[in-house]
Design a protein around this ligand. Sequence first.
Ligand SMILES: [Zn+2]
Length: 355
Amino acid sequence: MPRYSGALAAVLLAMSRVAAPATLAQPAIPTLPTMKTEEGQTVIYDRYTWQRRELDKRLPLNLPWPDNEGTAIQAAFKAYGLDQPPVPATIPIPSRIMTDIYLVNTVPNLTYLIDAGPAGLVLVDPGLELNTESILKNVEKLGFSRSAIKWVVNTHAHLDHAWADAHFQRLGAKILIGRGDVAAVEKATDVTARSALPPAMAAAYPTFKVDWPVDDGEDLVLGNKTFRAIWTPGHTPGSTCYLLTIDGKNILFGGDTLLFDYRLGFQGNSYADDPAYLASLRKLAQFRATPSPAGKVRWDVLLPGHGAIVLDRAYLDVLKALRQVEWDVHTGAEIKALPFYDDDYRKLMFGRPTP
Ligand SMILES: [Zn+2]
C-alpha cells in the first residue's frame, strides 16, 4: 500500500535527497486524552456523555432531570460547575486510538480507520455522505493515501452509519454489511431511516449493490487483519458486531448495539426487535471465538457507533447492556437509548448526594 499521500510522499522524497533518512517521519498524530471511570475503565469521553454523566452524580435524586437537549440542562451544567468541562466538544480527529486503529469522523457517528498493512485500509461506518471529503482528508492527514481505502465495513444500514457507502464504492472500496441489512442499502428501505430526511434528499438516497454480504461467524480477512462477524440483530435486522484482536486485546466494534455505560440502541423503529436485541447481547456476553473453553472472549476495547470509547474492561459495558435490556424486556418497559435521565441509572452513580 502506498503509505503516504502523493503530496506528502513528494516532500519526503525531496527531503531524502538532502539527507538519507533511516525511516520516514510519521505525521504528528494527536494522542487522545483518557479518563478513568469509577470502575477503573480507561475511557475517551465526548463532552455530551461526560457532562450528563457528571450531572448524574451531582443532581440530587429528588430534583427532576432537566430537558436532556435544551437550555435547562445547560443551566444545570452551570449550576453544578460542569459548564467548563475538561473534555473537548467532540473527540479530536484525526487521531490514533491504539495500534493500527484511528478515528476519522465523530459527527454524528464514530468512523474508524484500520491499517490492514500493504493490502490497504478498512473504514468502519463512514456515516453521512457529506462526511466523505472530510474523512478522506483525515485519512491523508494520518499519512495514508485516500486510494488505499479498500474496504468499508458496516455495523448496520442506518443512514448515520452507511449513507456514504455508495460514494466510497465509487472511489473503489468494497462494501461489507450484515446479510440482514443488504436489502436496506440496496433498495433504500425504511431501515436506512432515509424517510427521516427532507423528501428531495430521501428520493435521491444513494443505493448500490453490496459487494460482500456478511454472514454470522464469518472471518473477514482484510489485508493483515481478520474481523470475526457476529450477527447481533435487534436494532436493525442485519446489525452486526465485529471482533478484531490486536496486541492481545479483544476489540468490539459495537455499532448501535453496544455502547458505553448503559447507552443502548434506539429501539423506537417499527422493525426494531427487543427480544432479538436481548438475545444478541446475551450472545456477545457469552461469545466464544472457538468452541473450546479457552475460546471465551473477554472484551477489552469497545469502539461503539456513538459516544465514549472504552480502552479496557469493555466486558463491563456488555454486561450492563445485557442487564438493562433483560430487565426491560421482562418487564415490558421501553428500552431507553440514553440512560442519563433514568432513575435507576441516576441511583447507580458514584458519590451522588443524598436528597
Ligand atoms: Zn442505528
